[in-house]
Design a protein around this ligand. Sequence first.
Ligand SMILES: Cc1ncc(COP(=O)(O)O)c(C=O)c1O
Length: 399
Amino acid sequence: MSYFDSVSLAPADPILSLTEAFKADANPDKINLSVGVFVDDNGVTPVLDTVKEAETRLLTNSKTKSYLPITGSPEYARLTQNLCFGSELAKQLRDQTVSLQTPGGTGALRVAADFIAKNLDTKTVWLSNPTWANHGGIFGSAGLQTESYTYFDNASLSLDYAAFIDAISKIPAGDVVVLHGCCHNPTGADLEPEQWEEVAKIAASKGWIPLVDFAYQGFGIDIDTDAAAARIIAKSGLPVFVCQSFSKNLGLYQDRVGALHVVTGDSAATEKVASQLKVSVRTNYSNPPAHGGGIVTTILSDETLTAKWHQEVAAMRGRIAGVRQQFVDALKAAGVSRDFSFLIKQKGMFSFTGLTKEQAMELREKHAIYIVNSGRINVAGITSANLERLVASLKSIIG
Ligand SMILES: Cc1ncc(COP(=O)(O)O)c(C=O)c1O
């Protein structure tokens, strides 16, 4: 008899367990396209030069390790609002925006989920089908129910815009709808700015509340264009939650840096919303970690460092776009029977390849190539060293 007899074994995280299996694989030519981190052509997830410079400055100038406020640093809040909404709109919205420095994008999502569960009239959050594997767990853990709206057409491997519009037009007033700001994870299929305008109109007419999950700013087209969803929705006067992450675009994965911006659309409600968000933070992790936020603040408050960071983001984005093109060209040159040109149009690190679960398993078992069973690949995992073997293996499976 153990005090823990009542505890059952939780299912392993499907993506992280693939990483474990990859690590244990003895094949020297193994390829990992399942993880969610950027890697360079040497297969390394780099520390950005601007981050190193900011850390050097922080080390020299830091005077205290005392707690940050519950909401984090006010300067961080202002700078990340500017990055998210653009300085002009951020200024206009300042008195109706509550911003929190959070432990990563996940922390922002979890605080938003707690706030929604405890304070709004709805208990339902809508997620795209498919969506990031952690969304259901985060909202579910806060006691919310999740439903899904149609997003992707598995036949054409692209956004099913008509079905998406139809689905979000039927969502009841007051419910919360999670939208991927850019670089949709897992499909890589994004909306155009005009389409976001239509989404904002539908949200306004139906009365549901948008939540923009914004984890890949700068990985799609550029830092400003990628912010279209957050900016168009906020500008339209609607309330909106934006969950921002700096894990990918600053490579700060392990420092856990993000922000939650809640634009209330109503200055009178802002103080009450801020007070309840603080309760959620206080009872979860009390106040945010300072180091990663300090890096972001150091970079965004210095014009030269910001310009350098924009170049670093452009280089990461350029590598991903280049790899997409090389991969498609190499598949074509190898005479692979299926047309993969849709991969070029998709944005960000992830793509749905259309490969079946059986094909994903065959890739893993026969070729030591790790992709998610849904057929999702992390395009950034393709390098000059593994492209040829990857294409040959796919050819042997698909024909
Ligand atoms: C869609 C999406 N949202 C949020 C996150 C969370 O990022 P973070 O590592 O900052 O918690 C991720 C990370 O993979 C993501 O893909």
